[in-house]
Design a protein around this ligand. Structure first.
Ligand code: HEM
Length: 512
């Protein structure tokens, strides 16, 4: 929670009191169920900064209503509710909250995930679709292959640093695809900048549900920075500077390399060379912010998914062996897997799907803002309510995923109706819903699949053993309020054979 002075707290309290009494009793009568709020402050004390998706799933089965200082928040705990509201009523459920703290004071308002529903968000999403729409994905296969093989090479040299290598892989891939920039080491300046800024965004600015007193009472922004209680303004000034650097520096690098003729083709350079698109109003502004949004959105999501995959393989060696047998049978041991093998590797596909389901990388998705009062199943959802799709609850639904907490890839082999087939596909959940659904989903479908298949083909993952020969059981915590990133755990990762090791080493010669 940001530091606040007694004065700020009193102002908050008075205005909350005013808002509370201004609402008619009727508007409260039919709100969705939720934990009992305390007077004035609402459910401030119910909203934990860590693993909020857990209490949100317990409070009510289908949908939960809470409020913080008068700002309504709904958690949708079922796929049906998310589909009914965020998909089918997308025209009123696709806005984003205007948050004074993150948007204005910290300078994030033009990032795609923050832009209000309207012309700007549509223009930005058009650019993203151009970059990562389904038909374009095969053009990235060479990048994905090179990035995956380089990741394997780093991993066999320094397996205990797997988190660092995943970060370098995902950040490096996006930097090269988006800006044509090649990250040269794990300490690369742009990778470091991205890590710092995404950390500030998720752990500081958007901690809890990301609502600060200044979001509820925008006039607090006029507090002089020196005043006790205005610590949020001092922090925001520092964070805004960092965010601007994060947006500007990789973009400037790309523009300068275009000027000097040394650039590599990238999403940005291709669009800058396209005369028909350049003519669109605000083109360069949109391009710069869309590019940054892809970069910031891809890193922690990828780290979360891949580290869950490693954790699952370590805990479930039976599933690992089964996938490896399939790879040995279909691909053999003389080469690394490619996208051409995908259709012949059904069990690897199950491991990929189950890794996404088990990980739930963004468990509460990102908030959407309701643009007008809405009635749903006899309940009132007031205009301005923030809507969170509780993806965690949907992917732990026992009716669709029996034994939901367990990692069981074979669940996807069970014969089911086409309706259930659609219902149980984790890709229909993990990327969010409706008109703000993740525009990177097709890229992820290819990039993470190849990474998983290549790791399974070449590496054995098992629990680490300490100096005395005792097997070390992993202890995992989830500390990030937005991403379900497991804390780093110890594991043993080594090449499956001498042949696998030479395939990994040779991959450098084959791709250069
Ligand atoms: C495992 C990987 C990923 C997961 C699980 C994931 C998940 C999500 C989710 C849940 C949302 C919120 C959707 C909503 O508001 O309903 C989102 C938004 C977004 N994602 Fe992803 N994402 C992943 C990777 C990526 C990648 C690789 C990119 C870009 C290359 C990307 C770009 C974005 C952007 C720009 C948004 C904001 C969209 C908007 O508000 O209109 N994501 N993602």
């Amino acid at each position: 929670m940001p530091d606040t002075s007694i004065l700020t707290a009193c102002i908050c309290l008075l205005v909350a009191l005013f808002l509370w009494f201004r609402k008619s009793k009727a508007s409260f009568a039919s709100l969705p169920p939720g934990p009992k709020p305390v007077p004035f402050l609402g459910n401030v004390f119910d909203l934990t900064a860590k693993e909020l998706w857990l209490p949100a799933s317990r409070w009510a089965k289908q949908y939960v209503y809470v409020h913080v200082l008068g700002v309504g928040i709904v958690f949708l705990n079922t796929a049906e509710a998310a589909c009914d509201l965020l998909d089918k009523r997308g025209s009123i459920y696709s806005d984003k909250p205007f948050l004074m703290m993150s948007g204005e004071l910290c300078g994030c308002k033009n990032m795609v995930a923050f832009t209000p529903y309207g012309e700007q968000s549509k223009r930005q999403r058009r650019l993203l679709h151009k970059a990562f729409g389904l038909p374009v994905i095969p053009t990235y296969y060479p990048f994905l292959q090179t990035g995956t093989h380089a990741f394997l090479r780093r991993l066999v040299v320094e397996p205990s640093e797997y988190m660092k290598h995943i970060r370098r892989y995902s950040g490096g891939l996006t930097l090269s695809v988006v800006y044509g920039y090649e990250a040269v080491s794990n300490d690369d300046e742009f990778l470091g900048l991205a890590e710092e800024c995404v950390g500030i965004l998720s752990n500081r600015i958007a901690s809890g549900v990301g609502i600060w007193p200044v979001d509820v009472f925008p006039s607090l922004r006029h507090l002089p920075t020196w005043m006790p209680g205005a610590g949020f303004k001092r922090n925001a000034a520092i964070w805004k500077k960092k965010m601007e650097e994060f947006v500007d520096r990789p973009y400037e690098f790309m523009k300068n390399s275009m000027k000097s003729g040394t650039h590599k083709a990238s999403f940005c350079s291709n669009l800058l060379e396209d005369e028909s698109i350049k003519a669109v109003d605000n083109f360069e502004f949109d391009l710069k912010w869309s590019a940054n949004s892809m970069y910031s959105a891809s890193i922690d999501t990828t780290i979360t998914t891949v580290s869950h995959f490693i954790l699952a393989m370590m805990m479930h060696t039976d599933a690992q062996r089964k996938a490896q047998e399939e790879l040995d049978r279909v691909v053999g041991t003389e080469r690394l897997p490619t996208f051409a093998d995908r259709a012949s590797l059904p069990f690897v596909e199950c491991v990929f799907k189950e890794s996404l389901r088990w990980a739930v990388p963004v468990p509460l998705s990102l908030p959407h803002r309701l643009m007008e009062d809405d009635l749903y199943n006899g309940m009132l959802i007031p205009k301005g309510t923030l809507i969170f799709g509780n993806i965690w609850a949907m992917l732990r639904n026992e009716a669709v995923f029996p034994d939901a907490d367990a990692f069981r890839p074979e669940r996807f082999l069970d014969k089911v109706s086409p309706e259930m087939e659609r219902k149980r596909d984790p890709q229909n959940y993990v990327f969010g819903f409706g008109r703000r659904e993740c525009p990177g989903s097709h890229l992820v479908d290819s990039s993470i699949w190849l990474l998983i298949a290549s790791m399974l083909a070449t590496l054995d993952v098992s629990k680490a053993v300490d100096e005395c020969g005792n097997v070390m059981e992993p202890t995992v915590k989830f500390e990030n309020p937005i991403f379900r990133t497991p804390s780093q755990f110890k594991c043993d990762m080594r090449p499956r054979s001498q042949k696998a090791l030479s395939l990994i080493r040779q991959s450098e010669i084959l791709t250069t």
